[in-house]
Design a protein around this ligand. Sequence first.
Ligand code: DGL
Length: 272
Amino acid sequence: LLDKNLKCPGFDSRSIGVFDSGFGGLTIMKSLIEKLPSESIIYFGDSANAPYGDRTSSEIIKYATDAADFLAQKNIKILIIACNTACACASKIIKQKLSIPVFEIITPSFQTVLKESKNYNIGVIATRATIRSQIYKKLIEQHNPKARVLSLSCPLFVPLLEEGHFDNKLALNLAEHYLKPLKKKKIDTLLLACTHYPLMKGIIQKVMGDDVKVIDPSLACALNLLSFLEKNGISSLNAKPKYEFYTSGDTEKFKNIAEVFLEKKIDQVLKK
Ligand code: DGL
């Protein structure tokens, strides 16, 4: 067994830093645990300031850069911005600010939906700020001029999920209400472009019906990161990876929801 502090040439046992406005980035973390089982992870959920999606761009930049700085002080080897809204508004600024690599999730997400679509009528649901940025529409239509993107924001999904309503009548009613306009269009794929939304993927799939493939890009993001770490010689060989959790919100609430979602016992959640 390798000592977790052993320095191997071409390997790096330091943790990966992951942040989101709240619980949403846990959908990315869950895929990281599955696909990169030797990596230690430090997660920060900025629940006290969630939802980011209804904030102005300058507020999002402030909260996202604070979150990035907080994790960057923890001796991480790479930062994952596991929040589409923060990526859309602040990834360039964060990349400029930090001296470690910064991994954003928008690129692997839009590439995944383009691979999966057959008729290139693509639905994208996300927060208000992500839709306002038009980042997905621009990237998808630039990469495939045949593609048509129908974007829709679902602003009440995030507060609902932050309150722990993943799979109940309330979530179903809200999904039926928001997704109605998309059901009339002939989309064949629907990208969940907010990391909170995979928490209610079952409900979204039910509302959209079997003809629409609902895309949770978190596994693709994890696989992309895996090849980035390998290419750059910074994968880890930890036999016993460590998972650490921080929140700016209520630590007990974070622990309870994160345990249900990650299907894992969490020792402790620390307050930022
Ligand atoms: N989970 C985040 C995203 O991917 C942000 C949700 C929010 O705080 O509005 O966009």
